[in-house]
Design a protein around this ligand. Structure first.
Ligand SMILES: Cc1cc2nc3c(=O)[nH]c(=O)nc-3n(C[C@H](O)[C@H](O)[C@H](O)COP(=O)(O)OP(=O)(O)OC[C@H]3O[C@@H](n4cnc5c(N)ncnc54)[C@H](O)[C@@H]3O)c2cc1C
Length: 521
């Protein structure tokens, strides 16, 4: 994806194709046709036919950039610019399918090292050109569509090396543009893993994970990405910052946390040092069933607070369990839980956790249901393609809350979405990231598109976001803020914190070139 001259719509108007593509099971298609009012969607406009205005940067800017990076690394073709114009939310995919890229960059820059990133920031600060760091392009919150009309995308794809491994300290330094699968391969050659496996794994990058505080499917065991980061190198318009000198420090506030989640507004992350762990010798996945979501939540909370903690722990609500069972022949009702274990010897943990789950009313479903989840763990974005191809609309909403508030958040967000899509919508939810004090909630919404699906979803998402705020939950557990969540983020942190963020940005980025309109209210 994102390659110059690559005119396929994969990674742009759809997540994937070829052998990985998924078709909807017949039973699911029948169910959708019964519940939703679907019509065949308009044909997808080929990428090569998408209208993108000519590059409007003047010769002085382009000349300076070409001298700094080499002419081959300053791309101004329509296809390259269209591919770097937004992320991969469903509204992004729908705009792409319609042949629209409202915020295409003027040029795509491909720096080869940290010094070249500094040069870009210097040139763009002098000429007043906005800069959008671009990792895997998987943002689902408008994190790649700045408010600026004249901007360049800085594609970090050439910063794709493993810089160093310290097996004794169990750390590795990875360049920011490394995609997750390649990072995993490079670490595996040394016998290690990060254990970071988000659903966007195939495309997303190390720098993107740090910039958005990503969280992966195995977060119960390995932690969130921000838990893994021990050090960062950041290029800012004012120069280089390196944070994270020791495994722990009392030397003032921890500046790593200023840049983790900064979404490209304070600087460009060029390398990330992460904690690594030995590749697990064994893995084991299994399924459990609980009579209700409430019962399942008690069990999950017990494991999260008192242990033993699986590596993967996810609990689907009744609706998600029912839809997941469609086509499998299972119709046990209740809620499905998946527990996954990775490590040197997982058996004692599996048995101890099984005792806890059974004590909370869980009924074992066996290894096959766990293995089935593992086999299909990356399917959802391909199924979204299939749903869009079938004329349906599918998108997600996520949040996190303390255990005491979680049932109410689940209920209020569901009701808000159903209220905003009154004709018919499926709202499915699961818990997939757990903490001692609370957990995330991840909602999948499938509905008919209506005459203007993007506007319809904007209203439904706003209703969901208002419900999240009213219930005291956070506007994002792992997708980030981007442009879509900015207003709710400002309300969540308050006026004083908003001023603080603006002041920090003003210091690091005096010309205001870095991701204007993203994150910082
Ligand atoms: C189908 C799908 C499934 C997803 N599943 C998950 C999931 O399971 N868990 C999860 O956490 N997220 C998930 N996401 C969201 C997304 O993948 C994450 O936000 C990811 O961390 C972004 O990585 P990226 O490399 O694609 O960044 P991009 O999308 O390219 O960029 C994201 C933001 O970070 C900034 N940025 C990128 N690289 C840098 C850098 N080096 N320095 C400074 N700023 C930078 C960009 O300017 C932008 O604002 C999913 C998205 C999709 C489309």
């Amino acid at each position: 994806m994102n390659l110059e001259g690559e005119a396929s719509t994969v990674g742009w108007a759809r997540w994937g194709a070829g052998t990985n593509a998924k078709t909807l099971p017949d039973t699911a298609s029948t169910l959708l046709a019964q519940v939703l009012d679907l019509a065949p969607p308009p044909p997808v406009v080929p990428l090569a036919e998408v209208a993108v205005a000519d590059c409007a940067l003047d010769g002085a800017v382009l000349g300076a950039l070409r001298r700094a990076l080499g002419p081959d690394n300053v791309l101004t073709t329509r296809v390259a610019r269209a591919r770097h114009g937004s992320g991969m939310s469903t509204p992004d995919l729908l705009r792409h399918r319609q042949g629209r890229v409202p915020a295409a960059p003027q040029a795509v820059l491909r720096p080869g090292d940290h010094a070249e990133v500094l040069s870009i920031l210097d040139i763009c600060s002098r000429f007043g050109v906005a800069v959008v760091p671009f990792g895997g392009g998987t943002s689902v919150v408008g994190g790649l569509t700045p408010s600026a009309t004249r901007h360049v995308a800085v594609d970090l794809g050439r910063l794709n090396g493993l810089v160093a491994v310290d097996p004794l300290s169990r750390t590795a330094t990875l360049q920011a543009g490394l995609r997750a699968p390649r990072a995993a391969e490079l670490l595996a050659e040394h016998g290690f893993t990060m254990g970071h496996v988000p659903q966007s794994y195939e495309y997303a990058t190390i720098g993107g994970f740090a910039a958005t505080r990503s969280s992966g499917q195995a977060s119960a065991g390995y932690g969130r990405f921000d838990d893994m980061v021990t050090a960062l190198t950041i290029a800012t318009p004012r120069g280089t910052i390196r944070t994270g000198r020791a495994p722990a420090s009392a030397a003032g506030p921890d500046l790593r946390h200023l840049f983790l989640g900064s979404e490209g507004t304070l600087g460009v992350i060029t390398d990330v040092t992460v904690r690594i762990r030995p590749l697990p010798a064994r893995s084991h996945y299994e399924g459990w069933r609980f009579a209700s979501f409430a019962d399942g939540l008690h069990a999950v909370r017990s494991l999260a607070q008192d242990g033993p903690r699986p590596t993967v722990l996810r609990l689907s609500d009744e609706a998600e369990t029912m839809i997941g069972a469609t086509g499998s022949g299972r119709s046990d009702g209740g809620c499905q839980l998946i527990a996954g274990y990775e490590g040197a010897d997982v058996r004692p943990t599996v048995e101890a956790a099984a005792a806890v789950l059974a004590a909370h009313g869980g009924v074992p479903l066996g290894e096959e249901s766990g293995r089935q989840w593992a086999r299909h763990r990356f399917d959802a974005p391909y199924l979204r393609d299939a749903l869009l191809d079938a004329g349906a609309f599918a998108e997600t909403v996520e949040t996190a809350a303390y255990w005491s508030a979680l049932p109410e958040v689940h209920d209020r967000v569901r009701q808000a979405i159903l209220g905003a899509l009154p004709d018919a919508a499926l709202v499915l939810a699961h818990v997939s990231h757990v903490y001692e004090t609370g957990a995330s909630l991840y909602f999948t919404v499938i509905c008919s598109p209506g005459s203007d699906p993007i506007e319809r979803w904007r209203r439904a998402k706003a209703a969901a976001s208002d419900a999240i705020a009213a219930a005291g939950a956070t506007i994002s557990h792992h997708h980030g803020v981007g442009t879509d969540h900015r207003a709710w983020y400002a309300a969540e942190i308050g006026d004083v914190a908003v001023d603080l963020l603006r002041a920090v940005k003003q210091q690091l980025d005096p010309a205001g070139i870095l991701n204007p309109g993203i994150l910082v209210p």
